[in-house]
Every structure is written in C-alpha cells, then in structure tokens.
Write a protein that binds this ligand. Structure first.
Ligand SMILES: [Zn+2]
Length: 307
C-alpha cells in the first residue's frame, strides 16, 4: 500500500532516472532537469523503489520438457491501436515490442524455449493475424505483454517542453485470463496465469491489488495478481479468449508510475521477469490438465469484489 506520507525521494529518485538513461526503450529523459528530486508518496519498502532487489526464480524443468514454442505478443501495434502513453511519453506499442524482444532473447538463451515475437515495428498487425500465426506455428503458450494505466491521471514534465501523464497510486503487475470457452483450455489458462503471478512475485515484483478493476476484472481466489476478464460479452479481450493454446495477458507494470517505468528499463528487471517467465512455463507447459487440477484450475473465481 502507498502511504499518504510525502517525502522527497532524493537519491532514490535520481537513481531511478539514472537507470532510465541506460535504457533501451525509447524516450527516457536524459536532461538534468529530469534528475531533480521528486516529491512523491512513498511505500514502506520494496518494489518499485530503486533499492528493492529483484531475483531470478529457478525453473524446474521436467525431464521430458524438451524445447517448447512460446508465442510472445507485443501488445498493441495493431491498426489504429498504439496503446497507452507512459509517464515518459513512451507509447505502449514501443515498450511492449522492446520488452518482448528482451524476453525472447532470454528465453531462447536457456535452450528450453523457442520464442517468437509476434510483430515488428514495420507494420501494424491485427490480433486475429497474431492468433492465427501462433496456431500455425504450433505455439504451446501465448503470452501477451502490456503495460497498464490506472486511476486518476495527473501530469508532470520529465523533460523540458514535455508533459506526460502521471500517477503513483496503483503500481504492480496483473496477470489476466479468460474463463470463456472450452473448460479444459480455460483450466490451462488459469494454471498458466497463476504460475506467472506466483513466479513474478517470487522475483520481487509486486502484484497489483485491483482497486481500479471493479466491473472489468475479478480477482482470483487463490493467487494475488491474477484477474479474470469480466468485461461485458462482446467486449472481452481477444487474445485471452481466441488463441487455441493457453493464453495470458501480463500487465507488466503501471505505465504512469515513474518508479515502475524506470525499473522496467533495467536489465536486472528484464532478467528477473524472464526467469519468472521460464519458471512459470516450466511449471505448466506440456503438463496438461494434471497441473490445472493440482492448482484447482477450472474453479469459479471468487465472487467477492477486489479489496
Ligand atoms: Zn495494453
């Protein structure tokens, strides 16, 4: 929880901005003005502050795991759909493409996965096309990467002449899934979603509590950070219900939170997330319904509202 207390971050804020200057993602501020101390509400400790450690969870691969095909969907980059604009004025479609390549490199380096990135920056790609591509390629999991926007939007100026949206009240990751469709596939989606959230938390990332999700997503009864799509029928997320293999959508962080956006440009965060992803996939891919049943997959999500 974010405390109401206001403190000057000082070195912590400067360290975060310095990390941005090493970023691969486009648009980080490099000017001295962006390095000034920021008056920010501060959490007691831990993610997403610069001193909070992230670690790489250890994957446990079954002996017959082999090499598994994983489809990485860089969210947005679809016709007329660039996604959100971050607190550093980076378009979501650019962040997700960069994050997907970083993840693919790391997964492929394990020798356990063949990861395919579902689009390039050359042209917009419809989500239907991505789902068809994943099926043709016989992917065993479909992982859609995004960043989220939550809460009341304020503005700040991370660089001279640049005004970007800003909000520090709702950090954290969320893993979304759909219970729409064939029950066995739904159970495998839920198992994958829970494994992702469990392993991301183990990596030191913070699950979002879901306060702004009321009416849109419902929290899981068993795993913090997991939410099932509750948009009205016809408005539900395509990549959660359409792929023929288990699919999840990872809201990696809150795009308007300067602390999280900075940390998601750091190699240490990308390393930890890739290790969490490998561990989650090792926990679930190829294990079929056995894992889903072990995890209680297919249960109706809790009906209680988010807390
Ligand atoms: Zn998105």
């Amino acid at each position: 929880m974010i405390s109401r207390r206001k403190l000057v971050l000082g070195l912590a804020g400067a360290a975060g901005v310095a990390a941005l200057s090493r970023a691969r993602c486009p648009g980080p501020p490099r000017d001295p003005a962006a390095r000034r101390a920021l008056k920010l509400p501060i959490a007691p400790s831990g993610w997403p502050f610069p001193g909070a450690r992230v670690v790489a969870p250890a994957a446990v691969f079954p002996s017959d795991f082999g090499v598994r095909r994983i489809y990485l969907d860089p969210g947005h980059g679809a016709p007329g759909n660039a996604g959100n604009v971050s607190c550093f004025c980076v378009e979501e479609q650019d962040f997700t493409l960069s994050a997907a390549h970083a993840l693919a490199e790391r997964l492929n380096a394990t020798g356990r996965f063949e990861a395919r990135v579902g689009r390039t920056a050359d042209r917009p790609v419809r989500y239907q096309e991505r789902a068809e591509d994943a099926a043709r390629w016989r992917a065993e999991a479909f992982v859609s990467l995004h960043s989220d926007v939550r809460g009341r939007i304020e503005t700040w100026s991370p660089a001279p002449g640049r005004t970007c949206p800003f909000n520090l009240a709702a950090p954290g990751f969320a893993v979304l899934w759909s219970d729409e469709g064939e029950p066995a596939l739904c159970a495998r989606r839920l198992a994958l979603a829970r494994a992702f959230a469990r392993r991301m938390a183990e990596a030191g990332l913070m699950p979002y509590r879901g306060a702004s999700y009321r009416g849109l997503y419902e929290p899981d009864s068993a795993q913090a950070g997991v939410f099932v799509d509750r948009h009205p029928p016809g408005q539900r997320i395509f990549v959660l219900r359409r792929p023929t293999m288990p699919s999840v959508l990872i809201e990696t962080h809150h795009a308007l939170d300067a602390r999280e956006a900075a940390r998601w440009t750091e190699p240490a965060t990308l390393d930890a997330f890739a290790a969490a992803t490998a561990a989650a996939l090792a926990d679930t891919v190829g294990r079929g319904n056995a894992v889903a049943e072990t995890l209680g997959g297919g249960d109706a999500p809790a009906s209680r509202p988010p807390t």
